[in-house]
Design a binder for this molecule. Sequence first.
Ligand code: DLL
Length: 433
Amino acid sequence: MIWNETKECMSRDEMTALQSKRLVKQVDNVYHSVEFYRKKMQAVGLEPGDIKGIEDLYKLPFTTKDDLRDNYPFGLFAVPKSQIVRVHASSGTTGKATVVGYTRKDIETWSESVARCITMAGLGHEDVIQIAYGYGLFTGGLGAHYGAEHVGATVVPQSTGNTKKLVTMMQDFGVTGIMCTPSYLLHIAEVIEEMGVKDQIKLRAAICGAEPWTEKMRLQIEERLGIKAHDIYGLSEIMGPGVACDCEFHKGLHVWEDYYLPEIVAQGTYEPLGDDEVGELVFTNLQKEGIPLIRYRTKDLTSISHKKCECGRTAARISRFRGRSDDMLIIRGVNVFPSQIETALLEMGGVTPHYLMIVDRVNNLDTLEVQVELDSDTFSDEIKEMEKLTKKIATAIQHAIGLAVKVKLVAPKTLERSEGKSKHVIDRRNLLD
Ligand code: DLL
C-alpha cells in the first residue's frame, strides 16, 4: 500500500519526532562519509552530537548548486560507487553539470514519492499512464515511470518527440493519465483538436510539473481537455519529480516531509521564516543514501503552511511557485516574474498562454517587448481591432508588473512549442554586457 493513499496521516508531533530521528541519523552519516560535510561542519565548530532534532537544523550550513559543481562528478556521494545503481544529471546553462547518484533503496524511496503523487491525483493500478517527460539524464521520464509502475498502472514510456503519434497511442491504448510538462500538455491539446479526436480520448488526469505554471493555466488545461490537472514538483538534486504534489483541493503542494525536510528562508539573509512567509525553499534529505543533501538551497520561491488540508492530509503544503530567484528579471529596477505576465494574459481571455518576453537595452535603457499569441477566434485582419487589442494587453501587463511594455501580437500557433521545459524569456542584455 502506498503511504497516504488512504489519507491516514501522522499528527504534527509524530512527524516532528520521525523527522528529528532521521535528521540526527543523516547528519551523523554525512559527517562520517562525506569529507565535504565533515569539513563544513568543523569550520563552524559543529559535531554530529550537536544536532539533537529538527530544532537544531538552523545550525547546519547550507549546501548550494555550486557545491555540487565544485565536487563534480561524485565528490558528494555518501556511499561507494559500487552501491550506486543510477546517475542523473542536469546540465544547466552555465558551468558543469550537477550529477546525482541513487542506491537501490533511493530508487524505491523515489518511486514511492511519485506513487503518492499519482494516487493523490486519483490514478491507480486500473489506469493507463503515458509518460511524456524526456527519458535520459533528466529525472522527469524515469522518475515518473518508476512511480507509475509502483502503483501498478500500465505504463506507456512515450517520452517526447512525435506528438501526433503520442495522440494516436493515447486513443488506441485508452490512456487515462498523462505525466508531462504543462506547456507540452497544452501543445498536446492543440494536436488533439487538430486531429479532431477529442471525443475518442479517455484521459482523466494529468500530473504536470518541471516548470512554473499558473493556476489560470491549470484551469485552462482542465477545461480544454475535460480532465483534472495536478501540479507535481521536484528537483534532481533532492531526488527528481515527486518531492511534492497538489491534492484535489489545489491549495498548495503536499511535501513528503518524512523524506524531504522543507524550510523557507529569507532571501538575502537566509534567516528561517514562519508559515505563509515567502522566501527560498530549502530541503534536507532525510532518507537518501546516494547523495544526501543537507539544507540545499533550491532558489525556488514559495511559502509553507503546516495547517491540516481540507483533504485530510497533514503533510505540510508549499504554495504554487512564483518562480525561481534566478528567473526574476530586473527591468529598469523593477522585479518582474514571467508568471505575472502569464496570469495577466490568461485573465484577459482571447489570448493563449504562449508568450515570449524579449528584454533588450537601448541607449542604456532596458526595454521589454512581449510577444503574445492570439487564439484563432480572436485573431483577425482588422488592423483597427488588432491595435485596440494590443493597447488593451499592454495596459493589462503594465498594471500587473508596473512597467510600460511594447506588445506585439502574433498569429495563432506561431510561437515555438516546447516538449520539455518551456522558455519564455530572451534577455539580450546579457549578450551586450
Ligand atoms: O524538473 C524534476 C521534475 C520532473 C519535476 C518532472 C516535476 C516533473 P530539474 O530539472 O532538476 O528537475 O529542475 C528542477 O524545476 O528547482 C524548479 O525551479 C522547477 N520546477 C520543477 N517542478 C516545478 C513545478 C525537475 N511544479 C527545477 N512548478 C526546480 C514550478 C518547478 N517549478
